[in-house]
Structures are given as C-alpha cells and as structure tokens.
Design a protein around this ligand. Structure first.
Ligand code: ATP
Length: 574
C-alpha cells in the first residue's frame, strides 16, 4: 500500500514531510508527559517531592503544553493545507492523464465508475491522508515507546505485553481484509447508483414520453436501497474484529496486572516500577483501543489507491512532437485499418486523400464507419494499421491535444456548457475579444436570436444546452468553430429534421465556416452534398465507390441506388 501511495503522490509527497514531522514531534510530547508522570510518581513514592520540584515540573509542563499546542497547530494546519494542495494537483494530473488516454478506456469503464473514482476515491484518499495519517503515526510511535519502557521495567512483562499486541494485531488485520472485500462490493454498488442517476437524469424526457418514469425510478430506488445495505454491511463488517481486538487488549491488562503483582510480591520489581507499569498499561490499552476503531478507514485508502493507480497505469497516447508545422492541410488515409474490439474489423485497408480547400463527403449505410473515420482523424483512437497523414506528416507523431488545435468538429449532438452563451462561443478561442465573439455569432447566423434574449450574450444556457432549440444549439456550436478558425473541419450533418428556416440558416453558416478549409462531412442526405469535390461511399468499413456526384450517378452502383431511394422517399406522404 505504501508503494501505491508513493507512486500516487510522486514528488509531491515531499510537501507532506514537514507537517508529518511536526505531528510526529507532537507525539513526542505525549511521551514527555508520560515521562513526567513517572518522575512525579517516583518522587511521591520515595518521599522526595518538594516545593522546588513541583515548581520545576509545573514550569516544564507549562512550557511543554504551549510548545505542543503551537507544534500541533502548525502540524495540523500544515497537513490540511498541504494535503489539500497535493490532492488538488493529483486531481489536475489525473484529469490531464485521462485526456490523453485512448478512448477505448472509456468504453470499458462506466460513467458511474469513473465519476466514483474522480470524486469519492480521491476524497477518501484525501481524507485519510490528511486526517488519519497522524493517528497512525501517533499509535505506532507511542506503542513502541510504551512497550520499550515496559521491557526496561521488566523483561517478562514486556514479552507478555508484546505477545498481547502480536495476538491482537492479526485480528484487526483480518478485519481490514474483510472491509476491503466488502468495500469493493460497496464501490460497485456506488458505481451503479451514479450510472443510474446519470441515466435517469439524461433520459428523463424519453422515460416520461414512454411513461416509464415510475419504472425507471424503481431501478434507481433499488440501487439506493442496495447502497444503503452495502454501507451498513461495510460499517458493521469490522465490528466483530474490533471487538475481539479490544477484548484481547483489555484482557491483557488484568493478566499483566496479576503477573506484575506476583513479580512485585516476589521482589523482582519495585513499587515505582509497579506503578509506572500500571500507568503505561492503561495508556497503551487506550491508544490501541482508539486506533482499532479507526483502522477500517485505512483499508479504504488501499481500495482508493488501487483504483487511482489503475487509471494512472493506462498508457497515454504516444507522440514524438509536441507541435508540428504542417506545410498544407491535405488529409491522407494510407491503407488504414482499425477495430474497436479484437476481430471487429471496423475500417479495412482504407486509402483516400482529402485536399485542402475541398469538401469530401462520407456516405454509406448505418455502421459503415463514417463517424469512426472522423474520430481517427481527430486521434480519439489510434489506427491499428496504416497511416493517417496531414500535410504528409503522420498524425501519430503529434501530441493529440495539439493536433486538435488544427481541427474543428461540428457534430449533430451539440454539447453546450452550463454557462453563458458568450462563454460557450468563447470556448473556440480563449483569447478572442468580445467583438470577435459577436462577429463569429453573426457569421453563424445566431447573433439575431441571441440579441432577442433578455440577457443577450449573458444568457445562461442549461447543462447540455437544454434551454435552446436544436437549431439554435447547432448555430452556437458553428459560431464556436468559426471563432476557432481551424484549417480542418469535421462535420456531422444533422439527420434530425430542422424546420426550414433553421436549416437554411445552418446551411448558410456552414458554408461560411467551411470556406477554403479541408472539410470532411458525414452526409445523411445526399442532396446536400451534390457539390462536394469527392464523395466516398462506404460499406462495412471499406470504400465501395469514390467520385463526384455526377460520376457516381453514372456508375449506377450503391450511390445511384441510395440517391434514387432518397428521391422516391421525397414523394412519400403520411
Ligand atoms: N466506441 C465504440 N466501441 C465499439 N464499437 C463501436 C464504437 N463506435 C462505433 N462502433 C462500431 O463500429 C462500427 C462503425 O460505427 P460508426 O459509428 O463509425 O458508423 P457510422 O457509419 O457513422 O454509423 P451511423 O451512420 O449510424 O452513425 C459499427 O459497427 C459500430 O457498432
């Protein structure tokens, strides 16, 4: 566990050194008080107590109290402050790391599990590092100190006391294992609760429309009930172990007292040692008892560390260069093959070129690989075979985050942040001025509707853009892309039928956005791509046909059939 913590904290653990040393020093004061008690008793029993000695002891104690309070305050605030800072940096580095992991990782991990790691596990880690570490230090150091004194008093008593600790420790360790095991179950149920909540909230409209709210809520409620059950199970799972541990520790006291009395009667130990031993034993029992109730928390640290380490161990997408200067923005697919899962063969031996200043349309049946091609260009995934080049340079060589600086993506599922319209457009370019943002909105044909809103550009958009219409959201996302002014545009044409006005506005906006750029458009309606420079017809991840609209019509193959079907569909009426 210690090596996991060391890996997770990295160099940052040095920041915790000072407060931990201070807290350890605080523990030393406890030892000092026990030592003082010993001297007082010694004097009392030997009738050597004098006014002068009271003065010395009292002054020493007062100084020690003040020094201890000061050191404790420094140590405690230090561990809280430094701990919080260390965990904040951990959160940032974890976020950075997740950004650079292949998207396959997110396929395998549910939203529930990831949110749980990023919030609860990190919080557990933080709480234990900042609140429970000092308890552990205190317990270990004081126990060693008190046991050592017992050995000095009498070897037999020391051995028996050590034996009691040795017998009790495996019990509490077993309890810890149990907590870990049940804790894993609890985490699973917790993941389930979060996934169900996300499902419930994001799907509320659909569930309502199918009158499924009660049923879905039943699923959610069931997961809450499971969580309650697991929480109780985890909390009480350690109780029997703690009780047995405490009984052993408690029982050791009268046994040791009996032996000490016999030794005292036999003259092996004097009255001072006898009294000191009793004090030490009471202190040790209390320390071990208090720690046993806290021990379960340490097992959460192990669970949390394992999960966090697991994320850190996911390899980041590799790159050779942080930045690359592309001499042009021609995109070339050179014999590219890709599969999400083994033997799935999503894209097979794909080769084509999309030149700067041209529009390449991808068409084909559902599942033929259109979206996958755009995801590969953006390096959301890495190809399994072949190369994707921009301006003759392999995109695998470039840091994925910097590659995305050259690409704008406009998808049908527009995601807008729970922020103002202004800030949502500004996402395209953080350095943009107010004038540039308004200009982009004008080009994207959304300035007019924004101006009609009560708070204009300061209007708050609900999470995911829930307070705007589909067409309005799309135009805001186009304004964002216009502001970004990236040389490559990946466009997923809307399938949902927008009203005629909205559609016209969006088409005009897209035309301005794509001017003189390398454009790859996923086309769902063939009449919108008649003017494309090339149309690539895909089927099961392979290119079936390639050419302009006129050429493909003349070919009389899949595209010709698709086009005719679409024309026929136009005449349908309900
Ligand atoms: N994240 C993913 N993990 C595993 N398989 C996936 C993933 N995304 C897509 N697929 C699979 O890859 C294949 C190609 O999907 P893709 O989304 O590229 O098709 P598409 O042509 O864009 O389809 P549509 O027109 O319906 O959007 C499909 O069989 C799909 O099930």
């Amino acid at each position: 566990m210690l090596s996991d913590i060391k890996t997770l904290l990295g160099e940052q653990r040095k920041k915790l050194r000072k407060p931990i040393i201070l807290l350890t020093t605080d523990t030393l004061f406890n030892m000092f008080f026990y030592s003082m008690l010993y001297f007082v008793l010694l004097d009392l029993i030997n009738y050597k107590f004098s006014f002068y000695k009271i003065k010395i002891y009292s002054i020493s104690m007062i100084i020690a109290f003040i020094a201890r309070a000061w050191i404790n305050a420094l140590g405690y605030t230090g561990i809280q402050e430094k701990g919080a800072r260390v965990i904040e940096n951990m959160r940032i580095s974890l976020g950075d790391h997740i950004r650079n992991i292949n998207l396959g990782f997110f396929n395998k991990n549910s939203i529930g599990s990831l949110s749980n790691i990023m919030t609860n596990d990190l919080q557990d880690f933080e709480k234990i590092m900042t609140h429970t570490t000092d308890e552990l230090i205190k317990t270990v150091l004081l126990s060693i100190y008190l046991l050592t004194i017992t050995f000095f008093i009498d070897f037999h008593l020391g051995v028996i006391q050590l034996l009691a600790v040795f017998i009790a420790t495996p019990i509490i360790l077993m309890g810890g294992h149990k907590v870990t095991k049940i804790g894993k179950e609890k985490k699973k149920v917790m993941n389930d609760v979060i996934s169900r909540m996300v499902e419930y909230i994001s799907g509320i409209e659909v569930f309502k429309s199918y009158n499924l709210v009660g049923e879905k809520f039943e699923r959610l409620e069931k997961s809450f009930r499971n969580l309650k059950k697991e929480c109780i199970r985890t909390e009480i799972s350690i109780v029997p172990f703690v009780l047995v541990f405490q009984v052993i520790v408690d029982l050791s006291f009268p046994i040791l007292l009996l032996i000490a009395t016999i030794e005292f009667g036999g003259g092996s130990i004097g009255k001072t040692e006898f009294l000191t031993f009793i004090i030490i034993n009471i202190a040790l029992t209390n320390i071990l008892r208090a720690f046993s109730t806290k021990y379960g928390e340490f097992r959460y640290l192990k669970l949390a560390s394992k999960k966090l380490i697991n994320i850190y161990n996911q390899p980041e997408m590799s790159c050779i260069y942080e930045e690359l200067n592309f001499e042009n923005y021609n995109i070339e697919f050179d014999n590219v093959s890709f599969e999400y899962e083994k033997n799935q063969k999503t894209i097979q031996n794909l080769s084509f070129q999309a030149n700067e200043g041209t529009i390449t349309a991808l068409v084909g049946p559902s599942g033929s690989g259109k979206t996958t091609i755009t995801s590969l260009i953006a390096r959301f995934w890495d190809v399994n075979k072949g190369k994707i080049k921009i301006g003759k340079k392999d995109i695998k060589d470039l840091n994925p985050n910097n590659l995305l600086k050259h690409i704008s993506m406009v998808f049908q599922d527009v995601y807008l942040l729970n922020d103002t319209i202004y800030n949502n457009i500004k996402l395209g370019n953080q350095n943009a001025t107010k004038e540039e943002i308004i200009e982009a909105a004008k080009i994207a044909n959304c300035h007019e509707f924004i101006e009609k809103l009560e708070n204009k550009y300061d209007t708050m958009i609900g999470e995911g853009g829930s307070t705007l219409s589909g067409g309005e959201k799309q135009r805001i996302s186009i304004a964002r892309a216009i502001l970004k002014d990236a040389p490559i545009i990946l466009l997923d044409e809307a399938t949902a039928s927008l009203d005629a006005d909205n559609e016209l506005e969006i088409r005009k906006a897209i035309k301005k956005l794509t001017l003189n750029k390398t454009v790859i458009v996923i086309a769902h309606r063939l009449n919108t791509i008649k003017d494309a420079d090339q149309i690539i017809v895909l089927n099961e991840g392979e290119i079936e046909e390639k050419g302009t609209h006129d050429q493909l019509i003349q070919n009389k193959k899949r595209y010709y059939d698709m086009y005719n079907q679409m024309e026929e569909a136009k005449n349908w009426s309900i």
